[in-house]
Design a protein around this ligand. Structure first.
Ligand code: CTP
Length: 135
């Protein structure tokens, strides 16, 4: 990360079937600092977390995220247990998560500021997949 990164933001998610809710939270997260790192859930982690394989592979999701203007760097999140390691490795000052996770990451506040942003209403990967299936 370059020297303009005085305040580093980090966030995590699957970001499968990329949609407006994803773009909005990433843009808002980026605007809270100078640089944004995104931990993209691995295929195996997504399987464990959500009980289904993602539509787009981890390589595809990493490439989509890395191509966004508001994202400065991406990495694969291999385990939910490693969040503290990632926060330290990427020297994050702020952890941003959607408010579907509210309270769940408060224990990282000894490492960095923890902020929960409200989700964009009425859209999710699950909902998009269901919409396509009923077309
Ligand atoms: N997110 C958001 N608004 C939405 C959907 C997601 O702000 N409408 C945020 C989540 O809070 C999270 C990030 O985007 O911080 C990645 O969420 P992810 O779980 O990948 O997306 P969902 O669309 O919620 O996926 P799913 O339906 O598979 O649970």
């Amino acid at each position: 990360m370059n020297s303009k990164c005085k305040k580093i933001v980090i966030t995590f998610g699957t970001f499968d079937v990329f949609h407006l809710g994803h773009l909005r939270i990433l843009s808002r997260a980026r605007s809270m600092g100078d640089c944004l790192w995104v931990g993209v859930s691995s295929d195996a982690l997504n399987m464990a977390k959500k009980g289904r394989a993602p539509i787009y592979s981890e390589e595809e999701r990493l490439e989509i995220l890395a191509g966004l203007k508001c994202v400065d760097g991406v990495f694969l999140e291999e385990s939910l247990e490693l969040k503290a390691d990632y926060i330290k490795r990427y020297e994050a000052n702020i952890l941003v998560m959607g408010d579907d996770w509210k309270g769940k990451f408060d224990h990282y506040s000894d490492l960095c500021e923890v902020v929960y942003l409200s989700r964009t209403p009425s859209i999710s990967t699950t909902e998009v997949i269901e919409r396509i299936q009923t077309c």
